[in-house]
Structure formats: structure tokens, C-alpha cells
Design a protein around this ligand. Structure first.
Ligand SMILES: *Cc1c(COP(=O)(O)O)cnc(C)c1O
Length: 394
């Protein structure tokens, strides 16, 4: 019944974990869910209020423009200037997206011919890989290894894969490893892209979720980056707006025009009332972002302290709301054990690709009290985990 491209999609491991979670809840277990990358805190009130005002305006209820409201794109350009010190032309260098996932999933349709290679990080946000498969492209996995600080080793990409590649996806600060990129790495990426005629798509969904004074660089601030690439942004994590579906892409105007062409033919743009809420988010006071980062930092510190007390050598991430922890053996078995023994849900690393095997991901999307409770449960059952944590008592 289904097309080959659907049949060829990898199995969705997260569904297995979710079923186990629901079974545990049915059995009456007080489950602490540290598996979801979806902010638990509400959208800030001034953003909700902007939507409330806009939604009753008949002009906002009609088909939106394909490329997004110019006022939203101008707000995005201004935000970019303020946060990244990069100048953008709102008309040609900013494109509104119905969430950045939409842009990531559509971009291979604009640039891959059947059999063309797209370079995707592994472990990685699954859409880079799946979007490439849906466009009949051939994803080539770039392993993100701890020895390389979870950056892809560009020299390790075989030259025939590099020559056949049209696209490269990158994401720093990174989901799931929480790794960050150096400016030097981005310079190497630009050189590699020029040499091999590759377009770079940098997913910067976590640029604002940073701690300890760390500032995540924009790929576009690298010399030459605008000639080879674009950057994707999302309001989902920065402003707790995952349900609203709003993001934007910036950078090289020809790449954006290709993406825009696909979008014009498959969707009709983001609801304008949502874009007006987005303007309120991007142009309003940014205290809400600082407040959220303070809360995530407190949660991060509680989880890291607990894991360190268990004898694990885990360092506090300086960006994202994820903690990536090494385990021994199967990550799926480990997360099952964590749920059975302690009622804690984490995500098995293998769900993000084969090189995610041997790790689990905790998301800091529960209150500090619940995270402390999770830590206490792990301590109580620590003998159960003995020998399963990878770097314990070595
Ligand atoms: C959450 C997330 C996004 C955001 O997706 P939206 O479609 O904008 O909600 C994009 N990339 C990564 C890596 C993410 O984790």
C-alpha cells in the first residue's frame, strides 16, 4: 500500500518508549518524564496577548503571504541584528516558516535530485535524515563522536560522498548531545562547502538557550557563510511556542528562494495572527528568555550534581536543555531499566541514530523538585544501575 520511500523510513523508536511510559502510568507508577524536548513552561503573557488582539482582526484571517508578513520578517531581521549583530534584508534574506521543522523537511525537495547525497549528523534531530529520504536523496551519516567534541570530522567524509553531496545539515548548540560549535569549526565548514559545492543548512534552534555567559555563534557570522548557507530559527524553544508553529530561515537569498518555491506550492504560509504574536516575541523585552534560562540552569545543576554524586563524570552543558549521558550496552535496555526501577523516562540515544547508541538523553523539562526526586530515586536504586553507567567507578 505505501510508497517505497515510506517503507524505507527507519522505525520510530520513540513510540516504543512512549508505549512503555503509558503502560507504567496505567499501572499507577508516578512517572517522571525527562524525555521530551518540549518546554513545560507557558508562552509569556505579552505574546499570548498579541495573538488575542490579532486573531479577531478580519485582515489577519485570510490567506497569509507565502514568504511571510514583511513586518514579521523585519522583526526577525532586527532581532538578528540585536542578538547576532548580522544585517539582513527582510525582503530577500528572511523567510517565515511554519516551525523550523517545516523548513528542514522541505529544503531537500528544492535541492536534491534522486540519488544526491545529503550530509546529516548522527546522532541528530531525525528530520535531516527523514527529509532527505522523502526527497529521494541519499543521507550520508556524519558521526558525532565524543573524541571530536561531537563535531563532525570533515576530513573523515569520503571524497566520493563529498563530491555527490548537495546539502549538509548542522545543528549547534546541538540536540541531542548539547555540544556547541567553535567559530573555527564553522570556518572549516565554509571551506569544505566551497571546495565541494555544498549548501549548508545550520539549525540554530537553541541559540538563546545558553548558560554561564556562553553566547552561541551564528553560522552566518563566519566569513563566506552567506555564500554557501542559511540558518534556521525557531520560536519554539526560545519563547515556549512549540504549539504555535513559527520559525524563520535567514541567509543566502538563492537558497531561500528555492525553499520558498517549494513552500509556495505545498503550504500557504503561517497564520498571520501567529506571526503578529511572533513580532511581539522578537521585538518585546527579552527578560522572559533570561528568566527561562535561569530556571533551566537550576534544573541542569540539580541533575548534574545528582549524577556526579552517583559517581558519573558528566559535565554541565552550556547550552540547550539536554543532558547526554554515557551508558554501557544498549541505550534502549537502559531506558527500559530506568523506567522499570525508578519510574523515570529518558530517551535512548540510538533513537537519534546509530552513533547515539551507548548514550541516553535527559531533557530538563520538569521542575527542579521533580528532577531532585528523579535523582533521589536513582540513588535509592543505584545498585540496580551498578555496572550499567559507563564511567562509574572506573
Ligand atoms: C525543537 C527543535 C527544532 C524546532 O522545531 P520547530 O518545528 O520550530 O518547533 C528544530 N531543530 C531542533 C534540533 C530541535 O530540537
Amino acid at each position: 500500500m505505501y510508497a517505497d520511500r515510506i517503507n524505507s523510513l527507519p522505525p520510530y523508536l520513540f513510540a516504543t518508549i512512549d508505549r512503555a511510559r503509558q503502560d507504567a502510568i496505567k499501572k499507577g507508577v508516578d512517572v517522571i518524564n525527562l524525555s521530551i524536548g518540549d518546554p513545560d513552561m507557558p508562552t509569556p503573557p505579552h505574546i499570548v496577548e498579541a495573538m488575542r488582539k490579532s486573531v479577531g482582526n478580519p485582515a489577519r484571517q485570510r490567506y497569509p503571504s507565502y514568504e511571510g508578513m514583511l513586518s514579521f520578517r523585519a522583526a526577525a531581521a532586527k532581532w538578528y541584528k540585536k542578538t547576532m549583530n548580522i544585517d539582513l534584508d527582510p525582503e530577500s534574506e528572511v523567510l517565515t516558516l511554519i516551525g523550523s521543522k517545516e523548513g528542514i523537511a522541505h529544503i531537500p525537495l528544492a535541492f536534491l535530485n534522486p540519488g544526491d547525497v545529503s550530509l546529516v549528523p548522527d546522532p541528530g534531530y531525525p528530520v535531516y535524515n527523514i527529509g532527505s529520504i522523502l526527497a529521494d536523496g541519499k543521507p550520508f551519516k556524519m558521526p558525532l563522536l565524543e573524541v571530536n567534541d561531537f563535531l563532525p570530522d570533515l576530513d573523515a567524509i569520503p571524497s566520493d560522498a563529498a563530491k555527490k553531496a548537495k546539502l549538509m545539515f548542522l545543528n549547534y548548540p546541538n540536540n541531542p548531545t548539547s555540544a556547541t560549535a567553535t567559530e573555527k569549526f564553522f570556518e572549516e565548514v565554509v571551506d569544505f562547502a566551497i571546495e565541494n559545492d555544498i549548501l549548508v543548512i545550520h539549525d540554530n534552534a537553541y541559540s538563546e538557550m545558553t548558560y554561564d555567559g556562553y553566547k552561541a555563534p551564528s553560522f552566518l557570522s563566519t566569513g563566506g557563510a552567506r555564500d554557501v548557507g542559511i540558518e534556521m530559527h525557531s520560536l519554539s524553544k526560545t519563547y515556549n511556542m512549540t504549539g504555535w508553529r513559527l520559525g524563520f530561515a535567514v541567509g543566502n537569498r538563492d537558497i531561500l528562494a528555492g525553499l520558498g518555491k517549494v513552500k509556495t506550492n505545498v503550504d500557504s504560509g503561517a497564520f498571520e495572527a501567529v506571526q503578529e504574536a511572533g513580532i511581539a516575541a522578537l521585538s518585546g523585552k527579552q527578560d522572559c528568555v533570561d528568566d527561562m534560562n535561569r530556571i533551566y540552569k537550576e534544573r541542569r545543576d540539580a541533575l548534574i550534581a545528582g549524577l556526579n554524586e552517583l559517581g558519573l563524570d558528566v559535565k554541565p552543558p552550556r547550552a540547550t536543555f539536554y543532558v547526554w549521558v554515557k551508558v554501557k550496552g544498549s541505550s534502549l535496555d537502559f531506558t527500559k531499566m530506568l523506567l522499570e526501577k525508578s519510574g523515570i523516562v529518558a530517551t535512548p540515544g540510538v533513537g537519534f541514530g546509530e552513533y547515539g547508541e551507548g548514550y541516553i538523553r535527559f531533557a530538563l523539562t520538569q521542575s527542579v523538585e521533580r528532577i531532585q526526586e528523579a535523582v533521589e530515586r536513582m540513588h535509592r536504586n543505584s545498585f540496580e544501575y551498578f555496572g550499567h553507567w559507563s564511567n562509574k567507578w572506573m
